[in-house]
Ligand binder design. Structure first.
Ligand code: ADP
Length: 329
């Protein structure tokens, strides 16, 4: 649905985006990530035909951004970080106005306005002034204007910025619900949001692509091997953690073992395998052969935040940390 080929943008001496290539399949929801200044906004502006690239090209639904910008614009719904709302207009009046700009009219326009009001849960504020709406409602009106002309592709920038935790959850549910009908690119620096919402991520840093993969594959790659949590209990409630640790270290392919938690007779260890070794089977057999109970064996999660920091080498800014915590609440 979206095909980006060696897209490049240079502002005077700054190369904001350098030879970026990626594809997004129909119906997918993809997170577009990068630290501040990485080139996210510049890329989105080129994709939405607001800014011409210096080099390279891209196509949306088969239409080239350079050769057929009108066709591209028709197929994209864009929600910039600050929704383009006219605060002195009422919700329905505004949506009707935007719909006309997008080429809708008559019964079709009225039908689409009804549909987006229902879909974005803004039916109860149809005749309220936009300036009097809460931030959560304004964001939903912003989403409603983006999907009004039923575009194939939705580009959303920081769609939950500034919302409270309840509004964040509602907006994320809404976005997840829109995937499938629309291909969605979610440009954000709130990593838990991407973890919860997106199937794939595209990460850029200093204008260059550093990763494009599923969250799961990135986690696997970041680990280099496997990292598993093993909870063990002694048969009669007695267990010597030091002896267990020594035994686990002997299992072929194990690189490191750390004690994570001791609770009553249960002890949890984190086991890191060597690169490209998968040790779960051997671990399970070794524990059982030693006569202990294997209560649980599960992968230790690597957060997208850790992967992001590994790939971009950037520090989490206080703003990013605050947003991430807000998003997790
Ligand atoms: P992001 O959205 O990831 O924060 P941007 O695309 O806004 O990144 O910016 C990428 C780089 O391009 C930054 O170094 C920024 O300073 C520079 N840049 C962005 N817009 C302009 C502009 N209009 N003129 C000159 N430099 C710009």
């Amino acid at each position: 649905m979206i095909k980006v080929q060696a897209l490049t943008k240079q502002y005077a001496r700054t190369v904001a985006v350098q030879q970026i290539s990626f594809e997004v399949q129909k119906g997918q929801i993809v997170g577009f990530l990068g630290p501040n200044g990485a080139g996210k906004t510049t890329t989105m502006r080129m994709l939405t035909c607001f800014l011409p690239p210096t080099d390279g090209t891209a196509s949306v639904a088969g239409f080239d951004i350079l050769e057929q910008p009108l066709e591209v614009k028709r197929r994209i719904g864009y929600l910039p970080e600050t929704p383009p709302l006219y605060l002195e207009m009422e919700t329905e009046e505004y949506l009707t106005f935007v719909g006309k700009l997008k080429g809708l009219s008559g019964a079709e326009l009225a039908k689409r306005v009804d549909y987006v009001c229902e879909r974005c849960a803004i039916g109860d504020v149809r005749s309220k002034l936009l300036g009097k709406l809460s931030r959560g409602y304004r964001q939903r009106v912003g989403l409603a204007q983006a999907i009004l002309h039923n575009p194939d592709v939705l580009i959303l920038e920081e769609p939950t910025a500034g919302l409270d935790p309840k509004q964040i959850n509602e907006t994320r549910d809404l976005i997840r619900g829109l995937a499938g009908d629309h291909t969605i690119v979610l440009s954000t620096h709130i990593l838990p949001e991407v973890e919860q919402t997106c199937e794939r991520v595209i990460i850029i840093n200093r204008g260059k692509l550093v990763a494009t993969d599923s969250v799961q594959n990135l986690q696997q790659r970041a680990r280099g091997g496997e990292s598993v949590l093993v909870e063990i209990a002694g048969r009669n409630g007695i267990l010597d953690p030091a002896a267990v640790k020594r035994m686990l270290e002997q299992v072929p392919g194990v690189a490191a073992v750390a004690l994570r938690e001791r609770r009553d007779s249960h002890t949890t260890f984190e086991v890191q395998s060597s690169k490209d070794h998968f040790v779960r089977g051997d671990l399970a057999r070794a524990v059982v052969a030693a006569g202990w109970n294997l209560n649980e064996l599960r992968p230790a999660a690597v957060s997208l935040e850790e992967i992001f920091l590994q790939l971009t080498g950037s520090e989490a800014t206080p703003e990013r940390q605050a947003s991430a915590q807000g998003a997790q609440r």
